[in-house]
Design a protein around this ligand. Structure first.
Ligand code: HEC
Ligand code: HEC
Length: 376
């Protein structure tokens, strides 16, 4: 019996192997042909000194000069939503505004979509996202920038449109089909190509020239107050920010991880990190978003509850709330916060302001193109 069984197993395994080989051969033939990008010019991504060398650039969407250029047009072209015939215009830049670090900014914490409904969460900036490991959004539910573009198109609180309408709108604007050809090898406008081009552009939005970066490169000095603030930021007995927001050897100023940082005792948001993982310890947890350009990206937190950095510093110093879900890295919870003195608060804020990168905010390559493809 045993023998028979073994024999049958061998035959069975053999069958599986043959099946797998056949399957492999099939999938190779059935795979959609990769868009030819050979005629597009590869974009050389320069990793700023001290930044992580692992970039999240999908294999099937390499950065090219032509792809990035097309993506920039689409990012800024308010006809992208495909609803111009109703007199309604919207695109990424309607909410992601460069001078605000690519958030909509005050006084509208929750932006409105094309039909007047506001988004569920406040905004996230578009800064250094090429290093995000694939957890976009406050709760990390979006796996790629390409996916985010698709979601924006149909989201009732954003474009509230359809892929067909978006593709048709772009296809019918003169000048675009040529740009698709240059970027992707043919004049065909597809949702996939629109998403890829915009994602390429967003991946080039790099901030690496703040006062703090220049200090790390030995180009300038920080003031005494800024230096004291940096020490506070990166020490547990100080302001204790670095575990979640990086800073010590992590120039991104985000860990891309999710924490409950003690803002509430009751958790009713149906779109927190818990809604994605189902892990009770993720209740009330959100991404510790980047602190780069934090001066420009108010209001703060996923619900936009704080309008100023002073309010944020007050919160972490004195107003933490305990709950069973609070992250263990909130070391000072027993005291309600780190209890910074007024001068320490001044120093911490001075340090946070060294993360402002005016080169990024003003870089013309990230801004609105001077004219769109159909303009002479
Ligand atoms: C109506 C306003 C609005 C429009 C239009 C909009 N966004 Fe956003 N965007 C948001 C908000 C709000 C968030 C935070 C969403 C969340 O996490 O719940 C966000 C988040 C993102 C993120 C995630 C950032 C991160 O750090 O995880 C990306 C990427 C992004 N948007 C790209 C785009 C692109 C590309 C477009 C255009 C196709 C676009 N957005 C259009 C409001 C908007
Ligand atoms: C346990 C991890 C943790 C620690 C420690 C921590 N933070 Fe945060 N921080 C977060 C999380 C998570 C968010 C987003 C929370 C939300 O949206 O509700 C956040 C959000 C912020 C924001 C708003 C970001 C935005 O884009 O809206 C600022 C500013 C900030 N933190 C500064 C600090 C400072 C300064 C310290 C030290 C005093 C600190 N954080 C300590 C986890 C932490």
């Amino acid at each position: 019996m045993q023998f028979l069984n073994d024999n049958r197993n061998i035959l069975y395994s053999f069958g599986i192997i043959i099946f797998l080989i056949a399957l492999a051969a099939c999938t190779r033939n059935d795979e959609p042909e990769l868009t030819p990008v050979h005629q597009a010019t590869p974009y050389t991504f320069e990793i700023p000194p001290g930044f992580p060398t692992m970039l999240n650039i999908p294999e099937d969407n390499p950065l090219t000069l032509e792809g990035i250029e097309l993506g920039r047009y689409l990012f800024y072209d308010t006809r992208l939503a495909g609803r111009a015939d109703e007199g309604k215009f919207m695109t990424c830049a309607s909410c992601h505004i460069q001078e605000n670090g690519f958030v909509i900014g005050m006084p509208r914490p929750h932006p409105y979509g094309l039909d007047g409904d506001s988004t569920h969460h406040a905004m996230l900036p578009l800064i250094n996202l090429v290093w995000n490991p694939g957890t976009y959004g406050w709760n990390g539910s979006v796996p790629s920038i390409e996916e985010d573009v698709r979601a924006v198109i149909t989201d009732p609180t954003e474009f509230n449109s359809s892929p067909e309408a978006v593709v048709e709108a772009i296809q019918n604007i003169s000048g675009y089909p040529e740009l698709f050809e240059k970027a992707f090898g043919s004049r065909e406008v597809t949702l996939d190509r629109i998403a890829r081009a915009i994602a390429q552009f967003v991946r080039t939005l790099i901030s690496s020239n703040s006062k703090f970066d220049r200090y790390l490169r030995g180009e300038i000095q920080l003031t005494q107050s800024e230096l004291k603030g940096f020490v506070l930021f990166t020490t547990e007995e100080g302001a204790d920010c670095f575990h979640c927001h990086g800073g010590a050897g992590n120039p991104l100023f985000t860990t891309h991880k999710f924490y409950n940082n003690g803002k509430d005792t009751l958790f009713t948001d149906p779109a927190d990190r818990y809604s994605i993982t189902g892990d009770p310890m993720d209740r009330g947890a959100y991404k510790a978003s980047t602190l780069r350009n934090i001066e420009f990206t108010a209001p703060y937190m996923n619900d936009g509850r704080f309008n100023t950095l002073d309010e944020v510093i007050e919160f972490y110093s004195h107003h933490l709330l305990w709950s069973p879900y609070i992250d263990p890295l909130m070391h000072h919870i027993a005291n309600g916060g780190t209890q910074l003195t007024p001068s320490e608060k001044t120093d911490l804020k001075a340090f946070l302001l060294t993360l402002s990168d005016t080169t990024f905010i003003n870089n013309p390559k990230f801004g609105k193109p001077e004219k769109f493809p159909d303009e002479p």
